[in-house]
Design a binder for this molecule. Sequence first.
Ligand code: 1CP
Length: 344
Amino acid sequence: MTQQKTILRALAGETLPTPPIWMMRQAGRYLPEYKATRAQAGDFLSLCYNPDLAAEVTLQPIRRYGFDAAILFADILLLPQALGADLWFVTGEGPRLSTITTADQLAQLKPVEAIHDTLNPVYETVKILSQELPAETTLIGFAGAPWTVATYMIGGQGTPHQGPAHALKAENRAVFQGIINRLTDGTIAYLSKQIEAGAECVKLFDSWAGSLEGDDFTEFSIKPMQKITAALKQKHPGIPVIAFPRGAGNRYAGMHAAIGADCVALDDKVEASWAAKNVQKDGCVQGNLASSHMVTGGKALINETRRICEAFSQGPHIFNLGHGITPDADPANVQLMIDTVREA
Ligand code: 1CP
């Protein structure tokens, strides 16, 4: 009875007495059991492409905390790799990719139909999870939004202010647009397969949306997410979509309608009472708690958690952080957050 799952009820617009809860990056390095499984896999990418171990790390935070949703363990950069980019992770630094900045390099990318050759293990992970998750837990699939993924493909790594992507956008619009288009089509194909494998909801991470100004924000953050959402809903009627245009500021207002999303994920920069009035009036919201509270805990964590629950208590709400939990977080603070939400 999927409609009994609290996350799906909130996504459908229901106001629940206690908001369901999950956490961005809930499987990760703050958990000793994650570090042990990652060591067993060898490295991060081997973990992503090992369905049994990827399912295991997805399940770890569910076992430890009983979150209402599990998010597939994978990474937004697997899609560029499936399209033919080289990808590796430098320990302690982050991802590195071969860069794509010319028409020739764009032409050398693999066609969208070819991505599944690389991504099949991810669909396998989803299948394992849909068998093994508790009946009340919702399985969330995900992908990066085209702009955010493009910033890594163009810059070859995380870059300050996403400079290389802005430069290509200004200097060679055709190649830039070509990358966005290929990622848009690739994301539709990738998320469709995740849904077919058992994902009950999907989330689009536009972590760097905030650096797009003026018309660029509409053109390269909103439009690709809108196109992906429309295509997924046409293929899979009723599939809920969560959009996370991080850093959107006052442009968060009207975001449900602009994207066609069922839920808009809020970062920790927007004020909860403003977002309740201007964003939640159009549908479910998620997020907002600063992830630094998972490091520092205490009274500030309790007060902030209560303030956010109170601000969003009049409409559909899923409790979450405003961004991913960091490796220096204390697992006990996660439990304190959950206890505070569930007793509030
Ligand atoms: O060392 C390790 O074990 C790797 C750390 C790690 C993890 C746990 C990376 C490398 N990716 C992930 C998993 C991951 N990434 C998930 C899994 C599900 C979960 O538990 O939430 C998800 C949803 C992501 C999404 C992701 N990857 C985003 C979007 C969300 C966000 O945090 O803004 C981005 C930008 C990435 C790229 C990436 N992958 C990994 C790192 C360190 C980064 C960021 C690089 C940078 O700072 O630019």
